[in-house]
Design a protein around this ligand. Structure first.
Ligand code: FAD
Length: 342
């Protein structure tokens, strides 16, 4: 019989499990139910009591590794914790969230245990035998993977299933001891931009894409880059949207053209950029060429604002195309959003 361990860790609050961890728990519960595998859940964090209760009702053995050394992400301590949990559970299968904390340690843990790790798993088959799917070649080819080797580690992409919802009750967890190696890295803090300065927001419901048109000469023969910047940032703030860009726009900084300073190549959506997973998308001043639109693969509800009635969006790539000046449309949208807020 397979022994399935779901590895989880606490979030920034230090007490609750991350959403991606609870998604991995949901995957574990579903697979254990379908296959009859024995289910264990491993929790890593400084304090794990509250986190353990968030898996109440999972019908699993709950194992915890806790203590100050596990308060923050660090390769040496996290790898030791995951290895100890895998050994305690005698795991043949391991599911873990593809968080920055676990994505960097799981391949190393698999190596220590003589197993295999597969990353970016987006779905699991419904049968008794474990089958995992992931995408290759910029989301163009989907593969279904099966492995005979054990232990088999699967890093599950976040946002691919609903998180586990706990039943009421207290969970009796078993503490697993870890012998830590010498810890040479000291985590002294995290330096990160403020939440509202971050333009890439994977959890946002909406993707707003800015195209090169925002920086091009407009009807009056002038470019209006500063105005474009403030219209875009205002919208992002009011709608809590994530910012994507076309390649042409982010490439402009290396071509000495006027640029929107808050855009980097990280914002680029498309064949050579990202493939985000927001529920809705609005493309503005963007032509909707195929290398850009392939990055919209997972965005089902699509709208675009373009001056060109023959742009790619109008040729079946968007549900609604507003053939209009995006400067005017977005100024009105921002005014409506501000009115609504009041
Ligand atoms: C191998 C390869 C890989 C590529 N990978 C990517 C990729 O990953 N991502 C990507 O985006 N591209 C990629 N490209 C480039 C892609 O083919 C396009 O060149 C690019 O997407 C065009 O960007 P754009 O639509 O913003 O700019 P443009 O083609 O310049 O379009 C600007 C649009 O803005 C409109 N516009 C101007 N002013 C206004 C206004 N006031 N209101 C409304 N509309 C206005 C114009 O009508 C025009 O349609 C790749 C190309 C190749 C060859």
């Amino acid at each position: 019989m397979e022994k399935l361990l779901v590895l989880t860790h606490v979030d920034e609050s230090g007490v609750a499990l991350t959403k991606a961890s609870l998604e991995a728990v949901a995957a574990g519960v579903e697979f254990a139910g379908a296959s009859g595998a024995a289910l264990s859940i491993g929790i890593v964090g400084a304090e794990t009591g509250t986190a353990a209760n968030s898996v109440a009702g999972a019908s699993a053995r709950v194992l915890t590794v806790s203590g100050e050394a596990f308060a923050q992400a660090r390769y040496a301590s996290d790898a030791a914790a995951c290895e100890a949990l895998c050994r305690a559970a005698e795991a043949t299968l391991v599911f873990a969230p593809s968080s920055s904390r676990f994505a960097r340690v799981i391949p190393g843990v698999a190596y220590r245990l003589g197993g295999f790790a597969d990353t970016h798993i987006t779905a699991l088959g419904a049968g008794k035998t474990l089958e995992a799917s992931r995408w290759f070649y910029r989301q163009r080819v989907e593969a279904m993977i099966r492995r005979e080797s054990r232990p088999w580690f699967l890093l599950l992409d976040a946002g691919t299933r609903a998180p586990f919802a706990a039943a009421a009750g207290q969970v009796q967890a078993e503490t697993v001891a870890v012998s830590l190696p010498q810890l040479r890295s000291q985590v002294t803090g995290i330096v990160a931009p403020k939440q509202d300065e971050q333009t890439i927001r994977p959890e946002a419901k909406m993707l707003f894409v800015a195209g090169a048109g925002w920086t091009k000469k407009q009807a009056d023969g002038q470019a209006h880059v500063a105005e474009a910047g403030s219209l875009i940032l205002n919208f992002l703030r009011s709608a809590d949207a994530s910012l994507g860009s076309s390649k042409s726009l982010v490439d402009q900084s290396s071509e000495n053209q006027q640029v929107l300073s808050f855009l980097t190549h990280m914002n680029q959506v498309g064949q050579t950029g990202a493939t985000p997973r927001h529920a809705k998308g609005l493309a503005t001043c963007c032509h909707g060429e195929e290398p850009h639109v392939v990055g919209w693969r997972f965005i089902n509800d699509r709208r675009a604002i373009s001056l060109d009635p023959n742009c790619g969006w109008a040729r079946g790539k968007a549900d609604v195309v507003y053939v209009a000046d995006a400067f005017k449309v977005m100024a009105s949208v921002n005014a409506l959003l501000a009115e609504n807020k009041q």
